[in-house]
Design a protein around this ligand. Structure first.
Ligand code: ADP
Ligand code: MG
Length: 573
């Protein structure tokens, strides 16, 4: 084919594809326009997952009748004048591409009226061809209707997911914007049903409750706002016992703009390090405010990515803010005691049994545990000195502290102790590998063999000295000395499984996860009777841990009953 310049309509449909990937991209652009117009109410109506209709109405500043024709022209914007303005963008839009792109691939209708105008106007665009604007009696604000999206781009249409998937994207988008702009009232209807609404009263907890339900909203930890003078971080974090199976609930707004940014995700995940179970992710929404000159927002046609001038600093500030909020605010979680506790204290043979006579029966009404006092982000979550009282069910230690009673899950607590020791030894290079008298050969699947090959250095760092022995067979010569009594083949296999859990783990993340898995295998089990000296030792070691209240997988190691709550339960207060 000879080279030819594409006709205008083909060119603009191609360009539109960069801005409008799916129905939710249209919703995003239109909502951002409404926010830029300082709307206080935004209403979105969706039919057939957005394929049939996307309608966004706002009560914002509107478009002057004489400018409405221009609004759908390519690179037509009221938000930017010079290239220099790109350095301090304070609006969500600035590229002047959204309306023209949407108009190129749909049937578009815009009606609008500015407050200072006697009448409004309406404009229709069909597949990139704009008609003449007409006067119209419409309310103040703007309404954009997009019908038949991608009618002239069949390739894109085929790639759309099912309606429920598209609807989920749109709902996610609107709920996140509602959270970021709590002063704006949002209403979203899909297929004739109102699926989300926010009051616009400024209360973010209320919106969290709409999105995640009351219980989670109540438990979400607030990040009160901190950081540096150039970078402020605020938001909401799930406590370690609330988690999801994927990263979808990690949301970041930077200067009011929803962005996808892998370094922000990494900073958050690192802050949760060892507090969450393997393969589990928190629910986090962060709002960052940064000097506009410190970011480049013009990286991506859909404006979904930005670049930080100093991303290392942003990473550190975010990671610290999240970490200190987590450590300061997540004590042993409140637990519904009777459902887990039968009230039966087990007597252990040959053990001096603690005096449980005062607790023979389950309490007749549920014990309410008070929300444990939250130490305010001073980074210290240690437990006080504990006096061992005894062991229950050969699984839990009972201990007394200055502030009440502690029930400690011996397995979880030991996992935490071993994990901290393992990581410390690894960090300081003192992790000992011990030679096996008889090297053990283990055969793996081709995929697993590739995994081992790719991680030989990590294995070596962790004290597993491995060499290839056959096409898919590896020989283990040495392993960490703390694991010597275990079956080396089984251990090596479980380490390799850990590598395969996640396609793109950070190196530091994977070492910690392997360590956590190993410690789980080695820690004392539930059902193991501990001598008084062993109980004492476990408590001492736990006291020395920096984050003693959760095991490396994020489960609680202890339940704390304060003196005050005991007194309340016994009617003394
Ligand atoms: P951009 O937002 O990048 O400026 P758009 O194509 O999204 O580009 O919009 C073009 C122009 O149309 C905007 O600059 C704005 O002046 C006007 N406009 C679009 N939507 C609205 C709206 N909801 N309310 C007021 N003005 C709007
Ligand atoms: Mg725009």
């Amino acid at each position: 084919m000879p080279i030819e310049i594409l006709p205008e309509q083909v060119a603009s449909a191609i360009a539109a594809g960069e801005v409008v990937e799916r129905p939710s991209s249209v919703v995003k652009e239109l909502v951002e326009n409404a926010l830029d117009a300082n709307a206080s109410r935004i209403e979105v109506v969706i039919e057939e997952g957005g394929r049939q209709l996307i309608q966004v109405s706002d009560d914002g500043e509107g478009i002057h009748a004489e400018e409405i024709g221009l609004s759908v022209a390519r690179f037509a914007t009221s938000k930017l004048r010079t290239a220099d303005d790109l350095h301090h963008i304070e609006t969500l839009g600035f590229r002047g591409e959204a309306l023209s792109s949407i108009g190129a691939i749909s049937f578009l209708e815009i009606s609008s009226k500015a407050p200072d105008q006697p009448a409004g106007a309406v404009l229709r665009v069909e597949g990139g061809k704009a008609q003449k604007p007409k006067p119209a009696g419409v309310p103040i604000g703007t309404q954009v209707r997009v019908r038949n999206l991608f009618f002239n781009v069949p390739a894109r249409k085929e790639f759309l997911k099912t309606d429920p998937t598209e609807r989920r994207w749109i709902t996610t988008l609107i709920t996140r914007y509602a959270l970021a702009y709590p002063g704006v009232s949002f209403k979203l209807s899909q297929e004739g049903r109102v699926v989300f609404r926010s009051s616009g009263n400024g209360d973010r907890r209320e919106i969290l409750a709409e999105i995640y339900g009351l219980e989670i909203a109540r438990e979400m930890l607030g990040l009160p706002g901190g950081g540096t003078s150039e970078l402020q971080v605020q938001g909401y974090l799930s406590p370690p016992h609330i988690h999801r199976s994927n990263r979808r609930e990690l949301t970041f707004f930077v200067n009011g703009r929803w962005v996808q940014d892998s370094s922000l995700s990494a900073a958050v995940l690192q802050a949760y390090h060892t507090m969450l179970m393997v393969g589990r992710y928190p629910i986090v929404t962060l709002f960052l405010e940064i000097e506009p000159a410190e970011i480049d927002v013009n990286v991506h046609p859909a404006k979904a990515e930005i670049r930080f001038r100093d991303s290392g600093k942003v990473f550190t500030v975010v990671q610290r803010a999240v970490r200190s909020a987590l450590i300061g605010q997540s004590p042993a979680p409140p637990v519904d005691l009777p459902s887990r506790w039968t009230g039966q204290a087990h007597e252990i043979e040959g053990q001096q049994s603690p005096d449980w006579s005062f607790w023979h029966e389950a309490p007749s009404r549920p014990i309410e545990l008070e929300a444990p006092e939250r130490s305010q982000g001073n980074g210290d979550d240690r437990v006080p000195l504990l006096r061992p009282v005894g062991q229950v069910g050969a699984s839990y230690l009972v201990a007394e502290g200055p502030d009440g009673l502690y029930l400690i899950d011996q397995h979880a607590a030991h996992e935490r102790i071993l994990f901290d020791a393992f990581m410390e030894a690894n960090r300081s290079g003192s992790l000992e590998a011990q030679q096996l008298l008889d090297p053990v050969a283990v055969e793996f699947s081709p995929g697993e063999a590739e995994t081992i090959e790719a991680h030989l250095d990590v294995l070596n760092d962790l004290g597993f000295h491995v060499e290839q022995f056959g096409p898919r067979t590896y020989r283990l010569h040495a392993m960490p000395s703390m694991l010597m009594s275990r079956d080396p083949g089984v251990l090596l296999r479980s380490v390799v499984e850990e590598f395969e859990e996640d396609e793109t783990p950070l190196a530091s993340e994977i070492e910690a996860r392997i360590a956590a898995r190993i410690c789980k295998r080695v820690a004392v089990k539930a059902g193991q009777v501990l001598t008084r000296a062993e109980q004492e030792r476990l408590l001492r070691d736990l006291e020395a841990c920096l984050a003693p209240r959760t095991c490396p997988h994020g489960r609680p190691t202890m339940i704390h009953l304060s003196v005050a709550s005991l007194e309340r339960q016994f009617g003394r207060r």
